[in-house]
Structures are given as C-alpha cells and as structure tokens.
Design a binder for this molecule. Structure first.
Ligand code: ZN
Length: 147
C-alpha cells in the first residue's frame, strides 16, 4: 500500500474512533448484544432492529480503543439497510480480511482496517463489533468475549 493511502486510512480510523457514527442507545430495537475484549478493555453493546430479513437499523455504545470504536462505527454504516444474509457474508469476508485469509476485494472501504492483520492482538479489537453482529444474526444470545 502506498504511504499516502496508508496515512489517509489512519486518519479515517482516528476520525471514526473520535466521532463514532451510529453511536448511542436507540429508543427501539429488537436485538441487543454485549461484547467484551479483556485483552484491550474494549467493551460495547450493539443494538439492532432486524425485520423481514433485513438489518433495518443498527447502533452501538461503549468504550474502547480507536480501532474497536472505528470498526464498530464503520460496520454500522456498512450493514444498516442490508439483508441479514448479506450482512453475514460481509462479516465472513471481513473476518477473513483481517486474519489474512483473503484480500480486500468486495470489501469496499472496510479495507481501511486490513492493516490490523499485522497485529494479532488488534484483530480482536477490529472484530469485536462484528462478532456481536454475527451472534445476533445467528440468534445466539451468548454475550461475546474474545477470550
Ligand atoms: Zn482495542
């Protein structure tokens, strides 16, 4: 990756980390999932309205490092309005991207987070929100822990 692109990506991560989108507890939701990454101390709760096989709305709140917050923020932007099946596919692709099992094709701007593959402990930060979403979509009500 060229250095200018890398710098732009870092800036976007910091921006999402500082000012996360889709942040806060919504008035209405159908699903709620708590997630904790004890290695880093990231903690978040994901709220979603799943209706007619679609992710109608999704929000989160919590506290954590810039990577975990930025990843949750970007995930919400990407999956809101998608069919649940497509959101799951995106989860699988993202998981494979950050663990180095696939490239950044078909992943859109989530490519920004691909750099965490070089830092295994950061992978848990980047995937915390995604694991929460996966639990929701599978109907698994067990809270997410990366341990
Ligand atoms: Zn973290």
């Amino acid at each position: 990756m060229n250095p200018e692109l890398r710098a732009l990506y870092q800036e976007m991560i910091l921006d999402h980390g500082r000012r996360p989108r889709h942040f806060g507890v919504p008035e209405h939701y159908t699903h709620k999932m708590e997630a904790f990454n004890p290695l880093c101390g990231d903690r978040l709760t994901l709220y979603a309205t799943l209706e007619d096989g679609n992710v109608k709305a999704v929000q989160f709140e919590g506290q954590g490092c810039a990577i975990s917050m930025a990843s949750a923020s970007m995930m919400c932007e990407e999956v809101e309005g998608k069919a649940c099946a497509d959101a799951r596919t995106l989860y699988e692709h993202f998981q494979q991207l950050v663990t180095g099992q696939r490239g950044a094709e078909d992943i859109g701007r989530l490519e920004i987070l691909a750099g965490v593959r070089h830092f295994p402990s950061r992978v848990k930060c980047a995937t915390l929100a995604w694991h929460s979403l996966d639990h929701m979509l599978r109907g698994d009500s067990t809270p997410v822990s990366t341990e």
